[in-house]
Write a protein that binds this ligand. Structure first.
Ligand SMILES: C[S@@+](CC[C@H](N)C(=O)[O-])C[C@H]1O[C@@H](n2cnc3c(N)ncnc32)[C@H](O)[C@@H]1O
Length: 282
């Protein structure tokens, strides 16, 4: 990926930051099962020092800060300054004192070799311009005794949280074909794809866990559409071009398609993710 494209990607994330901040509490609840699985896979316990790469407005960093406790520490990073400041203000609001913040890209981490007991990244690596370089960096800063664990989406057809929106939008707006190798939510959706990158980066004891869970939160279909249409840069770009009437039609279509996943008017989507874990082999 050229630097110009990389800059475009980061501009999109910068524009997304206020929306991620606005919906941060719901996102935290929705993806809590992913955070728990990452903590398990990376073997995170009280007293450890943990690095979180591409933490957005603060997860899983904030949850891990509670797990490692006052004798441990978390370093929360993201490439986008506004994401880091959203995470920082939430940590301050909670009175957390064992968490530090750095704005940095995943492929040039400003930390010494072997700095952390564990390194995690939740739903970030598929968006990196150079995932192999990022995996090498994350392994470099992991202690030889520690683990790197990374969570990505499994296939789109297994994740109605995504496809009820993209299918409804595609019916209303012309949608260009997606390059499966380009940065995007489902870039590492095939089992084995990300373990290949991690092995190529030099990891040993690599394994992959397929995680089935439910994306749950006390929100209505209307709030679901607001969250999805505001937090996704791709969706925002597509919707921006529509007339007011078309926007209302799309919102209606998505909410109708999503309704079966809102028993008692509360969201519950079955979901599948892939968690890849390894150790530095150098
Ligand atoms: C889907 S969000 C995930 C945020 C958070 N980990 C979560 O699970 O809620 C992806 C994050 O990756 C960050 N990001 C994108 N490219 C990056 C890069 N090259 N290095 C570090 N972070 C990056 C974005 O700014 C965004 O905050």
């Amino acid at each position: 990926m050229s630097h110009i494209q990389a800059d475009d990607t980061l501009r999109e994330w910068t524009e997304s930051a206020p929306h991620w901040k606005k919906h941060a509490q719901t996102i935290r609840t929705m993806f809590a099962p992913l955070t728990r699985a990452l903590i398990e896979e990376a073997g995170i316990v009280e007293g450890q020092s943990v690095l979180d790469v591409a933490a957005g407005p603060g997860e899983p960093s904030l949850t891990i800060a509670e797990v490692v406790g006052p004798s441990g520490s978390v370093t929360c990073t993201d490439a986008v300054a506004d994401m880091v400041s959203a995470a920082k203000s939430e940590a301050r609001r909670r009175g957390l004192t064992n968490i530090e913040f750095r704005q940095c890209g995943a492929d040039s981490l400003p930390f010494e070799d072997n700095s952390f007991d564990a390194v995690v990244s939740r739903l970030g690596v598929m968006f990196f311009p150079d995932p192999l370089a990022a995996m090498r960096e994350m392994l470099r800063v992991t202690k030889s005794s520690g683990r790197l664990s990374v969570a990505v989406w499994h296939r789109s057809d297994l994740n109605p949280f995504s496809y009820v929106v993209t299918d409804a939008v595609s019916r209303c707006v012309e949608t260009p074909p997606v390059d499966p190798g380009a940065p995007g939510a489902f870039r590492f959706a095939e089992p084995g794809a990300l373990t290949g990158v991690l092995r190529q980066a030099g990891a040993i004891e690599v394994h992959e866990r397929l995680l089935s869970f439910h994306i749950q939160a006390r929100i209505s279909p209307e709030e679901f559409w607001a969250l999805r249409s505001e937090t996704s840069g791709t969706l925002r770009a597509r919707i921006k071009k529509l007339s007011a009437q078309e926007k209302v039609k799309i919102a209606h279509e998505v909410q109708k398609a999503a309704r079966e996943f809102f028993p008692n008017n509360q969201m519950s989507f079955p979901a599948q993710a892939i968690i890849v874990t390894g150790k530095d082999g150098s």
